[in-house]
Design a protein around this ligand. Sequence first.
Ligand SMILES: Nc1ncnc2c1ncn2[C@@H]1O[C@H](COP(=O)(O)OP(=O)(O)OP(=O)(O)O)[C@@H](O)[C@H]1O
Ligand SMILES: [Mg+2]
Length: 346
Amino acid sequence: MSSLLSGVNGFFGLDIGSTAIRLVELSGGSGARALTKYAYLPIDSNIALSDSKADQQKLAQTIAQLVSQAKVSTRNVAVGIPSSRVFTTVADVDRLPTNELAKSIPLQADALIPTPLAESKMDWALIGDSPNDKTKQEILLSSVPNKFVEERLDMLEAIGLNVIAFEPDNLAMARALSVPDASAQLLLDVGRRSTDLVVMLGNVPHLTRSIPTGTEAVIRAAMQNLNIDEKQAEQFVFKFGLSKEKLEGQVFQAISGTIDLLTTEIEKSIKFFETRYAGTKIERIIVTGGASVMPEFPLYLANKFGTNVEIGNAWRNVMFSRDRQNELLAISNQFGVAVGLAERTS
Ligand SMILES: Nc1ncnc2c1ncn2[C@@H]1O[C@H](COP(=O)(O)OP(=O)(O)OP(=O)(O)O)[C@@H](O)[C@H]1O
Ligand SMILES: [Mg+2]
C-alpha cells in the first residue's frame, strides 16, 4: 500500500455500503475538482454485512463488475471502512511538536482503544487545544481491527485494485457534505442498519459516533405496527414518512418511536458536544443517506432541536456540466461517502 498520491487522475473513491457499492472518480488537483466517473450497483445487504467466504467472494465479484463497467482510468482506490467497525475517541494529550506526538501517541494508545494495539490499525488527527486543560491538546483517535482491514485489502487486491488509503466512512462523508465555515455543524448519514454522526467545528471533526438505528429498524416498525409486509412498509415509509396528515398519521405513529431512538442518541451527542465545548452551539444539521429522503424527517429534526436542518449535497465541491444536475441530485443522498473518498488530498 503506497501513501503517495499522484494528484491528477490518481485514484477513485469506493464506498462498499450495505445496500450498494458506489464509486467516484474526480479530476483536477487541489481546489474544485471535476466529476470524471461515478457508478453504483445495488447489493443484497445480507451479502454486504456478512463475513462468510462465499459472501465476500460475491461482494468482490460485484465490485469487480462495477469497476469494469465504470471504466475508471486507474486501479488506485481509496476505500471506506464502515464506521460501525471503527472505534473513535477524542483524547487529551500532552502538548508536543507533531513529530514527537507521532511517537508518543502509540505509546498511550493501548489505554485508549478497546482492542490490543498489536491487533489494530490506529490513526489520529490533531483537533486543537483541549477545552478542558490548558496544558493539553486534543486528538481524534481511530482504530480498526487488523483482521477487517487485511481481509478487505486481500479482497480488493485479488480483483486487481491497488488500495492507496482506507478511511472511516463518516470522515469521508463529512468532507463531502460539510459547509466550509467555522460553525459547529452536525452531519447525519442514516444508512440501512446504522446512522453515522459527525460534529464538525471549524471544519475539523470533533466528535464521531455510529448509532445502531437506521432505515431497516424504521421499516420493521412499520411492518409490525401496521401489520404489513416489508415491501409495503418500505413504500409507506418513503412515501409518507413522518407526515401527520398522510394516511391519518398512521405511518407517523408506527415509526415515530423508532425515529425517537435515533433522535434521543442525537440529542445526547449534541449535549455532550455543547458541554465539552462550552459556549459553542450546533448551528446546523446536515442530513444524508436513506432517511434524508423520508418525507418530513428533516423537518422533524428541525422542530426537535430548534436548529436549521439541510439536506446534504454530496456534489457540493464537485464541478459537472449543467445537464447532469438532475441525474446527480437524484442520487446525492447515497454518494456522500464515495465523493468524500474521491476528494481526499492525501
Ligand atoms: N429515494 C429512496 N427511496 C426509497 N428508499 C431509499 C431511497 N434512498 C435510500 N433508500 C433506502 O434507504 C436505505 C439506506 O440507504 P443508504 O444509501 O443510506 O444505504 P447504504 O449506504 O447502503 O447503507 P450503510 O451506509 O448503512 O452501509 C436503503 O435501504 C435504501 O434502499
Ligand atoms: Mg452509506
